[in-house]
Design a protein around this ligand. Structure first.
Ligand code: NDP
Length: 504
């Protein structure tokens, strides 16, 4: 039989076009060479090797992924008509990719950094990607700042080093980052494993029910393993011994049958509540306090299957916030709006125009449209019509029952609104600080001072004002660790936090 090795019962080595190879040794003119051009199998191997890598992700380059199941445990059909929520007990396949943000593909897993938490739900009405983090907020609220922020987290253009001066220069000029900076340097800044962290959709999304009614929503994934973090010393020791701690832990836990689980919840806000909420509900630097917007359980997510091939399934996994399904929509959040374009665009660059046909990205439901061809197409449309409108009875047509309700935007003014004025960047960062016990406050402020002292003096002073405005003790402690006497600069009572005017 072709391509089977009758003597050893193993498959026969072949070229990429399937032709059996007799001997895998270079074809040469004489035992000492030179090589012959006609050794096409060798040429093919060398050429393919040179093209093995694709561009690494600009952010979230180092990651780990696994498949699993989302199971509905509570009826939320009053909020969303999404097929995956349609009845209690319903199961939907998922693929989750965890990542660090700033490091390159070979970076160590156990570094202090935000963790990516991107979930692809393969629903019967299309793939829904929730592309979140292990933090409920982000550093900036205006998309113009995003690329600049990432530049400060990556490497200095001259030294090629991570640069504290660059990082604190940016943060100190963007006080909206204070809330996320406080989380990053808190004891939750270095998760012990990917299993022991919470995930958040972070943005505000919309949910639309069968009656076409819209509410605003935030998504939360609470680790059922609990929260576990590394100290700075544990992180240094872990990185010294093993750069792949989190990949190893996740893969081995699943291989052992210890399947990690998350409780999936939503917070819901009506349009009426949004109009009077004391913060802009679409501001990515803000949370919705649990006391006012309690968590509503939706389901449970379990990871239970390792990928077979890291490159094919994890490196090529493409998540985009624009992958939404009927019943789940976007919101006015400026950062979300920008990401709706940006993530799809980056996949066009990294993986090509047919990235949605790669098996890990391919919807499990039929895909019926008139988008065709392009590099790497799997040709799955065969002879079907490639134009619309057409008069072919069996051809796909839109179904008005899936149309989203209109968005009432009132008397909208189109302008480039300044995202730095009339915002309260301090209260929520201060609320988080005030949740910490004395030991946590000490560790947080020492870590921050450790980095900040490497920035220029003027940056230190600018940033100290932000910490002080969030909470007087927060600012005073960091100043003390920096060896700066700010007592002359602060009001004598120093009673601390005074919220500034909030805006919606
Ligand atoms: P709550 O007391 O109701 O909630 C506090 C939240 O903070 C819990 O979700 C808790 O998560 C989480 N938390 C505890 N320690 C840390 C930490 N070191 N870093 C980050 N999160 C932590 O208060 P509020 O809802 O009023 O929120 C107060 C502050 O808590 C916010 O300003 C925000 O910084 C933070 N937070 C709020 C969230 C929200 O959606 N409201 C979500 C996550 C954080 P857990 O239950 O898993 O311990």
């Amino acid at each position: 039989m072709a391509n089977s090795n009758s003597e050893t019962k193993c498959p026969v080595l072949t070229t990429a076009n399937g032709a059996p190879i007799g001997v895998q040794q270079a074809l040469t003119a004489g035992p000492r060479g030179p090589l012959l051009m006609q050794d096409v199998a060798l040429l093919e191997q060398m050429q393919h090797f040179n093209r093995e890598r694709i561009p690494e992700r600009v952010v979230h380059a180092k990651g780990s992924g696994a498949y699993g199941t989302f199971t509905v445990t509570n009826d939320v059909t009053e909020y969303s008509r999404a097929a995956l929520f349609s009845k209690v007990g319903k199961k939907t396949e998922v693929f989750l990719r965890f990542s660090t943000v700033a490091g390159e593909r070979g970076a160590a897993d156990a570094e202090r950094d935000v963790r990516g938490f991107a979930v692809k739900f393969y629903t019967e009405e299309g793939n829904w990607d929730l592309v979140g983090n292990n933090t409920p907020v982000f550093f900036v609220r205006d998309p113009y700042k995003f690329q600049n922020f990432i530049h400060t987290q990556k490497r200095h253009p001259q030294t090629n080093l991570r640069d504290q001066d660059m990082q604190w220069d940016f943060w100190s000029q963007c006080p909206e980052s204070l809330h996320q900076v406080t989380i990053l340097f808190s004891d939750r800044g270095i998760p012990s494993t990917y299993r022991h962290l919470n995930g958040y959709g972070s943005h505000t999304f919309s949910l639309i029910n069968a009656e076409g009614e819209r509410v605003w929503c935030k998504f939360h994934f609470k680790s059922k393993q609990g929260i576990r973090n590394m100290t700075d010393e544990e992180s240094a020791a872990a990185i010294g011994g093993d750069r792949e701690t989190h990949q190893r832990d996740l893969f081995n836990a699943i291989a052992r049958g210890e399947f990690p689980k998350w409780r999936v919840c939503i917070q819901v806000m009506t349009q009426k509540q949004a109009e009077t909420f004391r913060w802009n509900p679409f501001d990515l630097t803000k949370v919705w306090p649990h006391k006012e917007f309690p968590l509503i359980e939706v389901g449970e997510m379990e990871l239970n299957r390792n990928p077979e091939n890291y490159f094919a399934e994890v490196e090529q996994a493409a998540f985009k916030p624009s992958a939404l399904v009927p019943g789940i929509g976007s919101s006015p959040d400026k950062m979300l709006q920008a990401r709706l374009m940006s993530y799809a665009d980056t996949h066009l660059h990294r993986l090509g125009v047919n990235h949605h046909q790669i098996p890990v990205n391919k919807p499990r439901c039929p895909v019926m449209n008139y988008i065709r061809d392009g590099q790497g197409t799997d040709g799955s449309y065969g002879a079907a019509a490639n134009y619309w409108p057409n008069s072919i009875a069996s051809a796909p047509k839109p179904d008005a029952s899936y149309a989203d309700p209109a968005w009432a935007l009132g008397q909208t003014v189109v302008d480039r609104f300044d995202s730095t004025v009339d915002h309260d960047d301090f209260t929520q960062a201060g609320n988080l600080y005030r949740m910490f016990d004395d030991g946590h406050r000490d560790r947080l402020t020492r870590r921050i001072a450790g980095g900040l002292k490497q920035a220029r003096a003027e940056i230190q002073m600018r940033q100290l004002c932000h910490f002080y405005r969030a909470d007087a003790d927060y600012g005073m402690r960091i100043a003390k660790h920096l060896g700066i006497d700010i007592s002359a600069m602060v009001p004598p009572t120093g009673a601390g936090h005074k919220p500034v005017a909030a805006s919606v």
